[in-house]
Design a protein around this ligand. Structure first.
Ligand code: KG4
Ligand code: ZN
Length: 334
């Protein structure tokens, strides 16, 4: 089954073609990072305009790369949310045009289901499994007992991990997106600043990163005021150590409680080298999988894979009334 995936929820314009949920025949991604960098973050209005400029190009390129014609596509899977509404609408409407023109069934996919299924592209899935979702907008622990069955065990009560990374990077004078740069700096520094590990002993699977973020920012501000020497690498290493300690501790608790067969990490922050290392170091009894680097951040291959499994479970659940939704729950999209 050939699934054409479309992803435009934030600042990547992407179309991919995936066979049977795992064989990536084309994965075309146009990134807008260089454009938003000048503003220190994603500007929604600019993001939608850039999607408009790029969308037909990425469709054409993906079809050519896969060496297929639209008549051979069995399903279109498009991110319906959550995300920036102006951006989502470009992908959803382009997908509807192709669906109408070539009579291809279309379904709307949840962006986080996509991040989770990025792991299916390379590692497959064995149930029950635990998914740690860590992206710019989400931090969640999800238990899956079978395909396309998402039980949220806990989530962030305030900032998402990626969001905290990006905000701290901005205060430390590093460019956007901050996550990869803080990660790079962290590798050169030491965990010497004694930052707190928020909610590590809370006894549940929820997270909180806003207090840690403020603590880091205030410490930096106070040191500047006192004219103290600031070691950016140590700041980054200490922040990363605090964040990854909490993420890994909660993942281990959930693994033990639910006796899972595998752990998968999903979302942009799955690219983090400190998280990858700590997970592998501290979890030996079940396999821990991370998506390949190009499937960690937003891409349409993960949406096509999730769409394939959503379709296996729920069939054709959408039509041309499909719409983008800036906020939507994972359990609601089927
Ligand atoms: O999944 P994603 O592309 O977008 C959302 O769905 O939110 O994630 C983007 C986030 C950004 O906050 C970015 O800073 C973060 O992932 N990120 C990282 C790393 N690479 C990307 N954070 C920490 N370490 C990294 N290596
Ligand atoms: Zn994402």
């Amino acid at each position: 089954m050939y699934v054409l995936g479309v992803e435009t929820s934030c600042d990547e314009t992407s179309v991919s073609i995936v066979k049977d949920g795992f064989e990536v025949l084309a994965n075309v991604v146009l990134s807008q990072i260089d454009i938003h960098k000048d503003y220190g973050g994603v500007v929604p209005e600019i993001a939608s305009r850039e999607h408009i400029k790029g969308i037909t190009y990425v469709f054409d390129k993906a079809i050519k790369q896969a060496n297929l014609s639209y008549n051979e596509i069995d399903l279109i899977a498009v991110t319906k949310g959550p995300g920036l509404i102006g951006s989502l609408l470009i992908g959803v409407n382009a997908a509807k045009v192709i669906s109408l023109n070539y009579h291809i069934p279309i379904i709307g996919v949840h962006h986080i289901a996509g991040h989770i299924y990025a792991n299916y592209l390379e590692s497959g899935m064995e149930f029950p499994l635990l998914a740690l979702v860590v992206s710019g907008g989400h931090t969640e622990l999800i238990l899956m007992k079978e395909h396309y069955d998402f039980n949220k065990l806990g989530e962030t009560q305030d900032d998402a991990v990626g969001e905290a990374y990006d905000k701290i990077a901005r205060v430390l004078g590093l460019s956007y997106p901050g996550g990869p740069i803080v990660d790079q700096m962290a590798r050169l520094g030491k965990d010497s600043m004694n930052f707190p590990r928020p909610m590590i002993d809370s006894g549940d699977f929820n997270f909180s990163f806003s207090g840690l973020k403020s603590h880091v920012i205030n410490t930096h501000h106070n040191m500047l005021q006192r004219n103290e020497a600031i070691n950016i690498e140590d700041f980054c290493a200490s922040f990363q150590a605090a964040v990854t300690d909490v993420l890994v501790a909660k993942t281990i608790e959930a693994k033990n409680q639910f006796q899972v067969k595998q752990i998968i990490v999903a979302g942009g922050v799955a690219a983090n080298s400190g998280l990858r290392r700590k997970m592998k170091e501290l979890i030996k009894d079940v396999p821990v999988f991370f998506p390949g680097m190009n499937y960690c951040t937003d891409n349409a291959a993960m949406i096509a894979s999730a769409g394939y499994w959503q379709y296996q479970k729920y069939g054709k659940s959408d039509d041309l009334f499909l719409n983008g939704q800036s906020r939507v729950k994972l359990e609601e999209v089927k």
